[in-house]
Design a binder for this molecule. Structure first.
Ligand code: SF4
Length: 207
């Protein structure tokens, strides 16, 4: 697969959180860690380092590489549980997260994208996955229903459109998200919100 036309699965969560954050990272190659990203990196390093293991009927595979030709995705999943107690075996993608469960679908979209890749790669049907939250030590079951699948595919399409346009979108209207964003220095959202020059130029050259 030509990597220039694929999207990192992790980018889906960035886009859903804030399209500008997505563009800063994946278009402008900006990155900065804050406490949240540093703790997340540490958690994933620990998870990825684990060896595959079998416990009863369930096999646990870690840091599983993923890709989708159909959707143009590539990435990695933290954990794949393969439950052979039923036939065909049930595949359950599991993603570890630093914080706690969110009302928005950011984490669910990423997990669903992993499932879509797995379905294509292994020619299986996956009905649900799980998000495991380190802060609350809770496992949230996520059903891959039609609505979540459609939302995931829409976000993938929108994110790719930003890459194709090479235009960094304006700051999110959800100002509270900026407080937790590691890219606030590079983004300067308050200044960007006041800068209407891009809109002015667009208007100027409109036919
Ligand atoms: S600081 Fe706010 S607007 Fe800027 S990238 Fe982060 S979340 Fe988006």
């Amino acid at each position: 697969m030509d990597d220039s036309h694929t999207l990192a699965i992790s980018a889906i969560q960035h886009y859903a959180y804030c399209p500008r954050q997505f563009a800063l990272i994946h278009l402008e190659q900006a990155w900065a860690d804050n406490r949240f990203t540093a703790e997340g990196n540490l958690l994933h390093q620990r998870v990825d380092a684990g060896e595959p293991e079998q416990r009863g009927d369930v096999r646990y595979e870690r840091a599983v590489m993923l890709s989708s030709q159909l959707l143009g995705l590539r990435g990695k999943m933290d954990l794949l549980e393969i439950d052979s107690s039923q036939q065909p075996a049930r595949l359950i993608p599991v993603e570890y997260k630093r914080g706690k469960a969110k009302t928005q679908d950011w984490d669910r979209l990423q997990l669903c994208a992993q499932a879509l890749c797995l379905e294509e790669m292994r020619d299986v049907s996956i009905t649900e996955g799980a998000l495991w939250y380190w802060e609350t030590r809770r496992r949230e079951i996520v059903a891959f229903d039609a609505s979540l699948r459609a939302h995931t595919e829409q976000v993938i399409e929108n994110a790719k459109a930003v890459l194709t346009s090479t235009q960094t979108p304006p700051p999110t209207e959800h100002k509270r998200r900026c407080k937790a964003c590691s890219l606030i220095e590079q983004c300067q959202p308050d200044i960007a919100r006041l800068d209407h020059s891009a809109e002015y130029l667009q208007e100027l050259f409109k036919e």
